[in-house]
Design a protein around this ligand. Sequence first.
Ligand code: GLU
Length: 372
Amino acid sequence: MRDKIKNSKRWVVKVGSSLVTNNGRGLDLAAIEDWAGQLVTMQKNGIQVVLVSSGAVAEGVARLGLNSRPKQVQLQQAAAAVGQMGLVQAYESCFMRQGVHAAQILLTHDDLSDRTRYLNARSTLTTLLGMGVVPVVNENDTVATAELCFGDNDTLAALVANLVNADVVVILTDQDGLFDADPRSNSAAKLINAASAVDGSLSAMAGKGSSLGRGGMMTKLSAARLAARSGTNTVIANGHEKQVLLRLLQGETIGTLLEADNEPVTARKQWLASQLSLKGKLVLDAGAVKVLRNSGRSLLAVGIREVSGKFNRGEVVSCVDESGAEIARGLVNYGEDEIERIKGRSSGEIESLLGYAGEEEIIHRDNLILSE
Ligand code: GLU
């Protein structure tokens, strides 16, 4: 029984190009309808889901009547721009038929390493999830080519998992999972049911016999390792397996589970800690210090007395009490000039003071680490 998967609350599900497009023949609408149905059922059971879908290039190639995937990256990008229309149309109508809205999110890896864009993407995604919308993510192939060249969106799925604090990433592919030898040439090859994502011996298994290029087992393993850094468990499974997502959710042993060694919260805080380069300081009043220390809540403007340093949204600041002792560090949702204008005021006044309404927290509790 895979309890970690069974008791999870937020999933990122990635579907690969060959699955989505019936091995390049064109969108597999029946399969898409089926995954959408499973995702909607999961949602009804209280699981929030983000879908990461490849297949834009493959569908564009089919629509444009090209013989095969072009070698030149700019032609792949053009094909992706055509194919993405088809993907979005298919997801939109499948989810709509089941009474759920879908949303298109196009991201690049750079968006997620830039802290401001990271926070913006995170806000949009978590807002959509809160509204019961299913975000459908792909790489923005017009402006970035990382997944075209290397990943078939495996890495993107791991980055998105980190972005939304997912507890599970499921990578659906056309293979049953990770084997200890190449199943095509070795009939004794055994499916690995579970392993630690950081187990070094897996690399040789993933590398052997599978393509090291786009979307092979190697990129899936690297994606699982990346996801594990923020505490997310990864399952690699066959997308053609009947009701695969729902059965995984019930704890059934399907595919390969690559486990994260750390709990999500600890791992996320470690990850945040590694990003730290302090850009400024917020002096908090006694009430805010108490709230942060004792109740694990977010930092609001009302508890801030002074601001110093030069920083923008998404940068890391130190929060200190009135004697100067550090209480916490965290990623701010506002720059120092904005905080200067809203400090000491209630969240409801932010819109009238700044002329626009942003997040009500100055530092969200997920982005806050208490100092020892
Ligand atoms: N973003 C790409 C797509 O959706 C990734 C897959 C690929 O490399 O073909 O087509």
